[in-house]
Design a protein around this ligand. Structure first.
Ligand code: UDP
Length: 329
């Protein structure tokens, strides 16, 4: 199959491209390199630099390449930024997807797998979260992702397009080679920030809130290895290629760790004391987010292989230790 990966130079995109290439698929990447990195573009994939909001650009890719399916990662994904600059999220995530879908319909490309998020649920009604639970996002990031799901649904009704939305919980870890990994600027995610301490880039890590209703008072999250997420995209493309109907799946390990447990595990992995400073809550953080991924296991045959938090952090550490400045020289 020839698969177009939009946002293939980003964190989850580049790991998915790597797994696709290893599985022998033909891969075309399009990325505007706004948050993606040219160094993360897999040399075995064909690369187009451009923006999905540019209809001419998107049309030209579909005209040059006979694409069987699209995997769509090209979006902004920072909760905090979405609160201060919501229209950036409506523009890139929603308008960008609208242009993409128009072009797909015009070119007869009818299968798409895309990144959705646990943020579509907002404050969970129960734990673990299942796909049929209430979706009431508490920030524009989650809201635009939920709207993307709906846009796909109605485009499907009108034009026969089929989609799979993958609602990720906390993506983390890095490729086993240590050559690609997480590189955000500014960095806001817990594990990369923790690892900046043993890397000598910060004195301590902040714990955002110690008075949550959890076993040690800090937030609980479901951390899922990026390579396991990547595998789910490949299974989702196969599912659609085999005629599967449009669908939504949670992707997580079904196990929650507190912020304090994550820091403790990082101390073990790195052998560094990693001082932590108890700080006020961060706005908009639910106390607990844990996925039920039973549906993805059953329907897609997904089976996460890197479930141990120690292994996840060790893989992230291998990347960050050797690339303290991410892809920058
Ligand atoms: N967190 C923290 N200190 C930090 C960054 C994050 O305590 O410096 C907490 C955050 O409040 C959340 C968890 O770590 O409970 C995971 O946050 P992250 O930003 O990595 O992912 P999110 O859950 O927001 O998608």
């Amino acid at each position: 199959m020839k698969i177009l990966v939009l946002g293939g130079a980003g964190y989850i995109g580049s790991h998915t491209v790597s797994e696709l290439v290893d599985a022998g698929e033909e891969v075309v990447i399009a990325d505007n390199l706004e948050t993606g990195h040219i160094e993360a573009v897999n040399p075995k994939a064909k690369f187009y630099e451009g923006d999905i909001r540019n209809r001419e650009f998107v049309d030209s890719v579909f005209e040059n390449e006979k694409i069987d399916a699209v995997i769509h990662f090209a979006a902004n994904s920072l909760v905090g930024e979405s609160m201060t600059n919501p229209l950036k999220y409506y523009d890139n995530n929603l308008y960008g997807t609208k242009v993409l879908l128009e072009s797909m319909v015009a070119h007869g490309v009818d299968k798409i797998v895309f990144s959705s998020t646990a943020a579509t649920y907002g404050e969970p009604e129960s734990i673990p979260i299942v796909e049929t639970d209430r979706t009431e996002p508490t920030n524009p990031y989650g809201e635009t992702k939920l709207s993307m799901e709906k846009m796909m649904k109605w485009t499907g009704v009108a034009h026969g397009l089929r989609y799979v939305a993958l609602r990720y919980f906390n993506a983390c870890g890095a490729h086993e080679s240590g050559e690609i990994g997480e590189a955000h600027s500014p960095e806001t995610h817990l594990i990369p920030l923790i690892l900046q301490v043993p890397n000598g880039q910060r004195e301590s890590v902040s714990i955002f809130g110690t008075d949550y209703d959890t076993k040690d008072g800090t937030c609980v999250r479901d951390y899922i290895h990026v390579t396991d997420l990547a595998q789910a995209h490949i299974l989702a493309v196969k599912y659609l290629a085999d005629g599967g109907e449009s669908n939504v799946f949670n992707l997580g390990n079904g196990v929650g760790f507190t912020v304090k447990e994550v820091i403790e595990t990082a101390r073990k992995v790195t052998g560094h004391p990693i001082p932590a400073v108890e700080s006020p809550r961060r706005g908009g953080d639910p106390a607990k987010l844990i996925a039920s991924s039973e549906k993805a296991r059953k329907v897609l045959g997904w089976n996460p292989e890197h479930a141990s938090l120690e292994e996840i952090i060790a893989s992230a550490w291998k990347w960050h230790k050797n690339h303290p400045n991410g892809y920058a020289k």
